[in-house]
Design a protein around this ligand. Sequence first.
Ligand SMILES: Nc1ncnc2c1ncn2[C@@H]1O[C@H](COP(=O)(O)OP(=O)(O)OP(=O)(O)O)[C@@H](O)[C@H]1O
Ligand SMILES: [Mg+2]
Length: 231
Amino acid sequence: MNIFPLKINNLNYSVNENTILKDIHLTCEKNTLTIIAGNNGSGKSTLLKILHGLIKVPINTVRWGDYSTSNIKINQSMVFQTPILLNRTTYDNLAYVTKKKNITEKFYVEKIIEKLNIKIISDINAKYLSGGERQKVAIAMSIIGSPKVIFMDEPTSQLDPAYKNEIENIIVDLSNNGVKIFLTSHDISQIRRIGKEIIFLDKGKLIYHDCIEKFFKDKHCDLVNNYINYG
Ligand SMILES: Nc1ncnc2c1ncn2[C@@H]1O[C@H](COP(=O)(O)OP(=O)(O)OP(=O)(O)O)[C@@H](O)[C@H]1O
Ligand SMILES: [Mg+2]
C-alpha cells in the first residue's frame, strides 16, 4: 500500500464562520519526519485531526496516494495534545488497544511497556497519572500494531529532558523504519534535532513548507524569526 504522495488540495475549514484553515495546498512526497509548527491557534492540531480523519472534510481534499483518509484509518494512529485514556490501569489501556487491533501475541503489552520504560506505572489507574506519564502512555498506545502513519500532537511537551530524549530516539527509529510521522512542536531544539521537513502555519494559512535544513538557513518574516529565536 503506497500512501505517497500525500496531497492536500484546497483545504478550507471553518466553524461558525471562524476560518480555522484556509486554502491549504501541499504535497508531501517523501516518507520523512514532518514537523508542523506555528503559534498557538494557528491550526496545527486541527490539521492533524483532519489528516487523522477525526474531522471530516470533502474526500478529495486529502489524498494518500490513491487512497482516502478513511482507507488508511486502520494503518494510522494519533497522540492527542491532551491524551484521552480509559479510567483503567496503564496495562489495561494498552491491552485495550491490542485487543482492538486484534493482536493476540501474549507478551505484546509487556514488550511495549518495556520499550517505553513505563513498568513503574503499569498498574496505576490512568486517572492518577501525571501529565508527563499520561503522554508516555499515549505514545505507547500509538505505536501498538506498527501503524504506517503516526500523528503526534506535541507528544513531548510535558516530558522531562531524559525521557524526552528516549522518546525522540524511539520516534527517529520509527521514522527510519518507514513510519511516516507528523509531529507538532514548539520546541525549536527538538525541531532541529529530529525534523526532516517542516510545515509552518500562521492563522490557518500555510506560510512555509520545505526541508528543515533550508528552513533554518532561509530568511523569514518577523513571525517565523521570533518563533525560531524564542522557541
Ligand atoms: N470546534 C471549534 N470551534 C471553534 N473554534 C475552533 C474549533 N476548533 C478549533 N478552533 C479554533 O481554531 C484555532 C486553531 O486551533 P488549533 O487547536 O488547531 O490550534 P493549534 O495551532 O494546535 O494551537 P496550540 O499551539 O495552542 O495547540 C484556534 O483559534 C481555536 O480556538
Ligand atoms: Mg494544538
